[in-house]
Write a protein that binds this ligand. Sequence first.
Ligand code: SF4
Ligand code: SF4
Length: 340
Amino acid sequence: MKRNILGRTGLEVSHLGFGAMRLQGVSEQEAARVLHHALDRGITYIDTAAEYGDSEEKVGRAIAARRAEYVLATKTKKRDYAAAKAEIENSLRLLKTDYIDIIQIHYVNYVQEYKQVKGPEGALRAAEELKAKGYIGHIGITGHRPELLARWLKDYPFDTVLFHLNMAQPFAERELMPTALEEQVGMIAMKPLSGPFFSHVREAIRYSAGSSAHVILSGMKSVEEVDMNLAAMEGDITPEERQSLLALAEGLDAHGCRRCNYCSCPLGIRIPDTLIPSRYRERFGLLEAGEQLWEKSAAKFAACLEHERCREKPLCEQACPYHLPIQEEIRRLAQVQISR
Ligand code: SF4
Ligand code: SF4
């Protein structure tokens, strides 16, 4: 397994990182089996979050005894000082450790949220305080808006940044990663399969692995998934392969969606889960779980096009910071459905 230095943290990490969010859905025994297998096979970056149900607890119970073998990253979504401090202290307890390598300020997508986090009574003060006391090694940020993350990396000395990067969401490559490189920030790229969507698993993982991100963070919940991810990461990516992966991904980002989730739909259409895999689905088809998710929205397309409250100006479009023509896209997708 290739290893990288995670930007200015100086930490050596495995190129493939273990995303522990999906451990919520498995038994404690299975979680332990998967985590031990990941460590045994050379994965040394483990990422979880206070937000992920019992994920921190499972990580702590399963592998705290092997704490020296992995770089541990978790997250707090609290925005104010007192709540963030209490949450990070609880993470230390659940993770059964006295040291978290990286605490990430989680899911910051709004300018207002960033201002709050950075303000005198904000979450960053709690992270800085715990870092000064030796409980935390480094402070990072996560979010779904690459251009804002880039701006914030210039504003505060975050050590790491966690962002989406995959064949249908290459936006960070132009909008964030150049700044992260310049600032020597550790880059962790998540969701190489865009969640449960991409059927060409190997190509999708190698697409992300061919970027300059230091860690490719993939959510895993079984030994088979660990092995599958590792197999996909094996071997160098030559310039020729990189070119063919870029060609494969060409146009899959035409939807423009960043998954920032500002939009919501009164009919329950899962807008980012519909837009992001849409072009990929047309070209390659989705994994079964992804297809089921997508179909749930597709069943509502006709109602969307007739929805009274969205006739003049679609509600979702009013909320989208990228001004995406969401209803137009749904009209196009409905037509593609019909013509199939
Ligand atoms: S335009 Fe369609 S997708 Fe957008 S909010 Fe209205 S009903 Fe939902
Ligand atoms: S449609 Fe717009 S608001 Fe909704 S997730 Fe995508 S980018 Fe964000």
